[in-house]
Design a protein around this ligand. Sequence first.
Ligand SMILES: Nc1ncnc2c1ncn2[C@@H]1O[C@H](COP(=O)(O)OP(=O)(O)OP(=O)(O)O)[C@@H](O)[C@H]1O
Length: 272
Amino acid sequence: MSAIQTVVKEKQKLSLDKDVQEESIISAKGLNLWYGNDQALKNINLEIPEKQVTAIIGPSGCGKSTFLKTVNRMVELVPIVKINGNIDYHGVNIFDSKVNLVELRSSVGMVFQKPNPFPKSIFDNIAFGPRVHGIKKKAELTKIVEKSLRASGLWDEVKDRLGESALGLSGGQQQRLCIARCLAVEPEVILMDEPTSALDPKSTLKVEELIQELKEKYSIIIVTHNMQQAARISDKTAFFLNGEVVEFDNTDKIFSNPTDKRTEDYITGRFG
Ligand SMILES: Nc1ncnc2c1ncn2[C@@H]1O[C@H](COP(=O)(O)OP(=O)(O)OP(=O)(O)O)[C@@H](O)[C@H]1O
C-alpha cells in the first residue's frame, strides 16, 4: 500500500471525512482566463464548500496559483489578464462592478508560499490590516493582535516580544504570523498558495495542524505539490491539468479510487 493510501485509510478510520451536508461558499462557473493570448484557465466549474479544506493539485504550470489569485481578484494586477465567466461568493459575482475590492480581499485572505512578514514589529504586522480598516484604539488593536496570534498558535511563543521585529522569527513562526495577519481582518475564506513549501517538516506539521483547526471557522483553499499533505488535510481535492479541472471530488475518493486515468497517473507519480 502506498504512503498516500495509508494516510487515506487512517483518515477513514478516524472518520474525519464524514460526508457532511455541505454548502458552497464560492462557485466558479464557466471561468476562463488568459494572459495575453495564452489561456491559463479553461471553463473552470468548482463548488468550494464552506468550512472545509479544498486542495488544488496538479503539475507545474497547470493554473493552480492563477485560480487561487482569481478568487480574490489579485490576478488582475497583471495588466494582460482577461477573464470571462463568474465566481460567485455567497451568490454574488465577484467581477460585478459593485464589488468593493478592499472588502473582497479582507473577506478572502491569502497566505503565500514564502512567509512575507513586513519589516515591522510582530504587533504592527498583525495590527496592519485592522489599522487600514480604521481601527485606531490601542486597546482594541491589542485585543485583535492577541486573538489572532492565539488562533494561529503563536501567542505563547511571541507574547513577550511583540515589539520585536517579525523578521527575527523562524521561517515556520513567520508563516504562522502571516496566517495571524490574515485572520486579523476577519476573513471567511483563506487562500493558501503552497504555504509549507518553504518550511521544515516540524513547522510544516504545525501549519497543517493549524489548518485543521482553522477549518472550524474558515473555508480554506490550499494549493499544494505535496500529495500526502493534500491527502492528510483536505476534505475535497481538485486535480488541475493544462488549465482545466480534470476531477473534483472527496479527497478520499481522489486518492483511493479516482475516476479519471490522468488523476490516477498524477497521484501515483507517473507524471508531473
Ligand atoms: N504573470 C503572468 N504572465 C504571463 N503568464 C503567466 C503569468 N503567471 C502565470 N502565467 C502562466 O499561466 C500558466 C499557469 O500558471 P500558474 O502559476 O497558475 O500555474 P501553477 O499550476 O500554479 O504552477 P506551479 O505549480 O509551478 O506554481 C502557466 O503557463 C504560466 O506560465
